[in-house]
Design a protein around this ligand. Structure first.
Ligand SMILES: C[S@@+](CC[C@H](N)C(=O)[O-])C[C@H]1O[C@@H](n2cnc3c(N)ncnc32)[C@H](O)[C@@H]1O
Length: 273
């Protein structure tokens, strides 16, 4: 998931400099360690059931960790490819896969225009990308196009409107959340995944979910950025922002702190003709 409203951005139309890229990579690495993300990734890999010889695709592949996992499943007779529009992310992913000695491929591309022929892919995954897309229906049609009959897809995304922030003054938390989330392209992305897949003729087989529980380290980074944005937008005062941060720290001290967001994963397949 991405931090709503914070800069830099994962959106392909908002490229950043090298410092911003390093921050994006560090965010992805930190998220990869969260137990909820790890559990949902294991679920996704099992649900896709990639076999040796398959051709598998990860759209919006980021640092490429899941392309490496797919490559281990496809084996040398198949192929695992990561697609991402961000050239710096592709370089990062290529270097990491090479260091592991895994023959994963990475190509520059966009969810709206996948560089693959019709019906050529056995398995597709796409994690935490839809929340950044202006037109998720178009991206889903593109997935349906490249999948072979019987091919499988898992879409994974957060539904930021399910976030829980505790403790804190409920009015301030609500104002902060509304302001913060209004800057996310698709704040309700998770709940729309099933409908998007169904609308393009894919058959939904299963849905997984996990609450991603954030550790307190994000209070002085993500939360501070969020309160600063909300203060700048005039929806809370600087004093309210400071009080919320203090309340969260106090919650951590007494063992009564919670920040979570629900992430959904939907498995579907393209029916045989
Ligand atoms: C939050 S990151 C998630 C990366 C990875 N899937 C993961 O779960 O760690 C979003 C990724 O989507 C990519 N992205 C943004 N817009 C995209 C688009 N239109 N098509 C494909 N990928 C896109 C970004 O470059 C970034 O690598």
């Amino acid at each position: 998931m991405t931090e709503p409203g914070s800069a830099p951005s994962f959106r392909s139309d908002q490229p950043g400099d090298s410092a911003q890229h390093a921050l994006l990579v560090s965010i992805l690495d930190a998220q990869s360690e969260l137990p909820g993300v790890r559990r949902l990734r294991r679920w996704t890999l099992a649900a896709l059931a990639v076999r040796p010889g398959d051709r598998a695709l990860d759209i919006g592949s980021g640092t490429g960790s899941e392309v490496v996992a797919l490559a281990e499943a496809t084996g040398p007779t198949g192929a695992a490819t990561g697609v991402d529009p961000n050239p710096a992310m592709l370089v990062e992913a290529e270097a990491r896969a090479a260091a592991l000695g895994v023959p994963a491929e990475f190509v520059k591309g966009d969810a709206y225009d996948l560089p693959f022929p019709d019906g050529s892919i056995d398995a597709v995954r796409c994690e935490r990308v839809y929340q950044h897309l202006d037109d998720p229906a178009r991206a889903t049609a593109e997935i349906a196009r490249v999948l072979r009959p019987g091919g499988r897809v898992v879409l994974v995304d957060s539904d930021w409107s399910t976030s829980i922030i505790h403790p804190g003054d409920p009015e301030v938390v609500r104002a902060l959340s509304d302001s913060w989330l209004s800057q996310t392209t698709n704040r309700n992305s998770g709940r729309h995944l099933r409908g998007l897949l169904t609308a393009v003729g894919l058959v939904v087989d299963d849905i997984g979910a996990d609450a991603v529980i954030w550790d307190p380290g994000v209070i002085d980074t993500m939360f501070r950025a969020g309160t600063d944005l909300s203060v700048a937008a005039g929806v809370i005062t600087a004093a309210q922002g400071d009080e919320l941060i203090a309340d969260l720290h106090h919650g951590v001290e007494i063992g009564d702190y919670h920040f979570s967001v629900t992430m959904f994963a939907v498995l579907a397949h393209r029916p045989n003709l």
